[in-house]
Ligand binder design. Structure first.
Ligand code: GLN
Length: 290
């Protein structure tokens, strides 16, 4: 008979899954930090806790990402509900949020005199992590999240309700459901993995919605091209477009933005030192036609 102590359960889990994942999931179940798990190996779980943990370990051993097993993932200090219909929020996407917040300050300085509310679009919102975070960080902004997936929007709306964020979600492809509206900021973490990239058929990515990861284009840039192409028409004068992209796509995305007439185009590195987010500004120049 196997014991149900922290030490015994962890030892068994580590034979079939990554040690960190085993610790993280047990800590999540018991509300204990990794350090306190290690300090209290003799703590005994009740039968139902141990059964839940075994079930989680089995699902993780079968490949399911930890966020889907637990049904949650932390993003920017908040907990988002996650399921198989949405991309799991990644740490590098916090770089996109940070860059958006930097631009919010500039936009507020520019527009406060006009008294208009800051408007933000999040294209391909998925779990709503970006849109909801921006709404909670900038409560006086009007935030709209767009997604083509009904199931993703259901998840995003549930997250917005749980986190008490008044975000409007609309269904459709990129700009199409946003009739007649313009934003001060447009943010997007679109699918950007190349068609046939071996990562798509390996590891955790196998369990995430394929349409959130790749648009099946050879260079992975078809979605980004569509978003950049529509940006000037959808941005307020002096508004910013901010896009997350793949590790080797920064130069291409800068070229696309410059080619589309955006200015002050630049890329920012994520915490791993990879150019991950590229931004461009719609110039406020009445003599330049849209
Ligand atoms: N950064 C993700 C990955 O490489 C991809 C996310 C995306 O396509 N937007 O796993």
């Amino acid at each position: 008979m196997y014991g149900n102590s922290v030490g015994e359960l962890l030892a068994r889990a580590q034979r079939v899954i990554d040690r960190r994942d085993a610790q993280y999931m047990l800590g999540h179940l018991l509300g204990m930090s990794r350090a306190s798990l290690i300090a209290h190996p003799d703590r005994v779980l009740c039968t139902s806790e141990a059964a839940t943990y075994r079930d989680w370990i089995n699902r993780r051993a079968n490949g399911k990402p930890v966020a889907q097993v637990l049904g949650v993932r932390e993003f920017y200090g908040r907990t988002f509900g996650i399921d198989e219909h949405v991309l799991i929020p990644r740490p590098e996407t916090e770089t996109l949020v940070e860059q958006a917040l930097v631009r919010v300050s500039g936009q507020k300085r520019l527009h406060s005199a006009a008294g208009s509310r800051l408007s933000i679009f999040d294209l391909g919102t998925g779990s709503g992590a970006i849109a909801i975070t921006l709404k909670l960080e900038v409560p006086d902004a009007t935030v709209t999240g767009v997604d083509i997936s009904t199931a993703a929007l259901r998840r995003a709306r549930a997250n917005a309700t749980t986190l008490n964020a008044a975000v409007t979600f609309v269904e459709g492809s990129w700009y199409s459901p946003l009739t007649d509206q313009r934003a001060h900021l447009i943010v997007a973490n679109p699918p950007y993995v190349r068609r046939g990239d071996p990562h798509l058929t390996r590891g955790d990515l196998r369990f995430e919605p394929i349409t959130a990861l790749t648009d099946h284009s050879d260079d992975g840039l078809a979605s980004i091209r569509a978003i950049v192409a529509g940006a000037r028409q959808r941005l307020m004068p002096n508004g910013w477009l901010l896009i997350e992209h793949g590790y080797d796509q920064a130069t291409s995305v800068r070229d696309l933005m410059t080619g589309a007439g955006l200015v002050d185009v630049e890329s920012t590195r994520d915490l791993s030192g990879i150019e991950r987010v590229t931004v461009g500004c719609r110039i406020d120049n009445a003599s330049k036609p849209l």
